[in-house]
Design a protein around this ligand. Structure first.
Ligand SMILES: Nc1ncnc2c1ncn2[C@@H]1O[C@H](COP(=O)(O)OP(=O)(O)OP(=O)(O)O)[C@@H](O)[C@H]1O
Ligand SMILES: [Mg+2]
Length: 386
C-alpha cells in the first residue's frame, strides 16, 4: 500500500486540544487531561479499547459533548466562543451504519446540509450527484432509499453527506466497522483517495489498530480512563511503542508491518537472470544463476525455470514455474517486495514497471540486506528525533 510513503500535506495545526477532561454527571472520567495537536489536511486517528474515551473526545470537537475542563481551539479560536451551528457547519460527521434518514432518498440524504443552508433544490441535488460520483456510488442509486443499499454503499452515502457542504473538517466515528473486511478495505482506500484530492482535516476513531496504521498520518493511542498512551506517526508507533500497553495493543509482527513504511525503490535489481522467450543457447547458458526468468516479446514475465530445463527455440511458457506476484519499485513498499520474494517459487521477486514489463529481479538475501539497512536508518532517525 503506497499510503505509507505519503507525507503530511500541511504543517499547520488546525485543532488544538489543550488539557481537556470530561467528567460525566455520574462521575465517570471519560477523558483525562488530554492534549493533542491535530494537523491540518491530514488524517489523525484516535484508537484504543472500548470505553477509553474516543467517541467522547470526537464529540467534544463539535460540542455534542462539552468538556468539564480544558479548551479546544479550532484554527486558533476557542470553540466555546463560536456559535454551535457555525462550528458544526465546518465539521462533517460520519458514524457507524451511516445514520442515514430512512425516509429520504439517497440524493436527498446527501443534499440535507446544503438544503438546510438554503441552497435551491436543483443546486443541492447537482451537488449530491457530484458527491455520489466522488465516493464511488453509481448514479442509478440516487432515487433509492437507504434500506435498498448494502452496508458499504450506505457508508459511502454517509461520507458523501458529510462532505456535501464542503466542510474543512471531517469527524468519523468507527465509520467502517460494521462492514466486511473486503468492503472495508475498499472504503479505506476510497477515503485515502478523497483525502488526497480534497485535503480535508479528518479525525477518525477506530478500535482497529491496523486501520489506524493504514489511514493515520498521526495516531493517538488511548487507554481506559481517557488517558493518552502515545501520539505518533504510525511508523514510529511500530518502531518505538511508548510502553507495554502500546506494544501489546499493536500486536505481533511489528517488524514486518513496519516495512510498509520503507520504499522498495532502493533495492538493487539485477537483470542478468532475465531472458526472452526466443533466447539463444548462449543466452540461456551465460547467466550464473540457479533460475532464469523468461519474458515475452513485450518484456512481461512468463515464468521461472532452471537453465538446464530450457532448450533454445523450444521454451514452452506452460512448462515454466509461476513468476508469482511482481512488485513495482516506485510504488510498492519493502513489505510488498519481501512478500513477493517469499511467495516466489524461486525465492526471487520480480520487479516490473507500471506497464508490467520486467525491470529486474531481486533475491531474498538482497531484500534482507535492504531491510537491515532500512531498520538501522530508522533507528538513527529516532535518535536524531529523540
Ligand atoms: N453520557 C454518559 N454518561 C456517563 N458515562 C458515559 C457517557 N457516555 C460515555 N460514558 C462513559 O465514558 C467512557 C468513555 O466512553 P466513550 O463512548 O467515549 O468510549 P469509546 O472509546 O468511544 O468506546 P467504544 O470503542 O466502545 O465506542 C466509558 O466508560 C463510557 O461508559
Ligand atoms: Mg465510541
Amino acid at each position: 500500500m503506497a499510503k505509507s510513503l505519503r507525507q503530511p500535506k500541511g504543517p499547520g495545526v488546525l485543532i488544538r486540544i489543550d488539557s481537556v477532561t470530561k467528567r460525566y454527571p455520574d462521575g465517570t472520567v471519560a477523558v483525562d487531561r488530554l492534549s493533542l495537536e491535530i494537523p491540518d489536511r491530514s488524517i489523525t486517528v484516535l484508537v484504543g479499547p472500548s470505553g477509553c474515551g474516543k467517541t467522547t473526545t470526537l464529540r467534544m470537537i463539535n460540542r455534542m459533548v462539552e468538556p468539564s475542563e480544558g479548551t479546544i481551539l479550532l484554527d486558533g479560536e476557542d470553540i466555546q466562543r463560536q456559535p454551535v451551528t457555525t462550528l458544526r457547519r465546518s465539521m462533517g460527521y460520519v458514524i457507524q451504519n451511516a445514520g442515514l434518514f430512512q425516509h429520504r432518498t439517497i440524493v436527498d440524504n446527501i443534499a440535507t446540509v446544503p438544503r438546510m443552508l438554503g441552497w435551491g433544490k436543483q443546486k443541492a441535488r447537482a451537488r449530491a450527484a457530484e458527491l455520489m460520483e466522488r465516493v464511488g456510488l453509481d448514479a442509478a442509486l440516487a432515487k433509492r432509499y437507504p434500506y435498498q443499499l448494502s452496508g458499504g454503499q450506505q457508508q459511502r452515502v454517509g461520507v458523501a453527506r458529510a462532505l456535501a457542504a464542503d466542510p474543512p473538517v471531517l469527524l468519523m466515528d468507527e465509520p467502517f466497522s460494521a462492514v466486511d473486511p473486503v468492503v472495508r478495505k475498499g472504503l479505506q482506500d476510497e477515503l485515502l483517495r478523497i483525502q488526497d484530492e480534497l485535503g480535508k482535516t479528518i479525525v477518525f476513531v477506530t478500535h482497529d489498530i491496523d486501520e489506524a496504521i493504514k489511514l493515520g498520518t498521526m495516531v493517538a493511542v488511548m487507554r481506559t480512563g481517557g488517558h493518552l498512551a502515545q501520539y505518533a506517526p504510525p511508523a514510529e508507533l511500530l518502531s518505538s511503542p511508548a510502553d507495554a500497553f502500546v506494544e501489546d495493543f499493536l500486536g505481533g509482527d511489528r517488524g514486518i508491518r513496519r516495512l510498509s513504511f520503507f520504499p522498495s525503490a532502493p533495492l538493487e535489481l539485477t537483470s542478468d537472470p532475465v531472458i526472452p522467450l526466443d533466447a539463444t543457447a548462449e543466452q540461456i547458458a551465460a547467466p550464473d544463476a540457479p533460475y532464469l526468468l523468461v519474458t515475452d516479446a513485450d518484456g512481461r514475465p512468463l515464468g521461472w525455470s532452471a537453465p538446464r530445463d530450457l532448450v533454445a527455440g523450444e521454451i514452452r511458457p506452460d512448462r515454466l514455474l509461476s513468476h508469482g506476484r511482481p512488485f513495482v519499485p516506485g510504488t510498492d513498499s519493502l513489505r510488498v517486495a519481501l512478500d513477493c520474494a517469499v511467495l516466489s517459487p524461486t525465492g526471487w521477486a520480480v520487479a516490473v514497471d507500471t506497464g508490467g514489463r520486467v525491470t529486474g529481479v531481486v533475491s531474498q538475501a538482497t531484500i534482507g540486506e535492504a531491510i537491515r539497512t532500512a531498520h538501522a536508518a530508522g533507528r538513527d532517525d529516532e535518535k536524531v528525533a529523540g
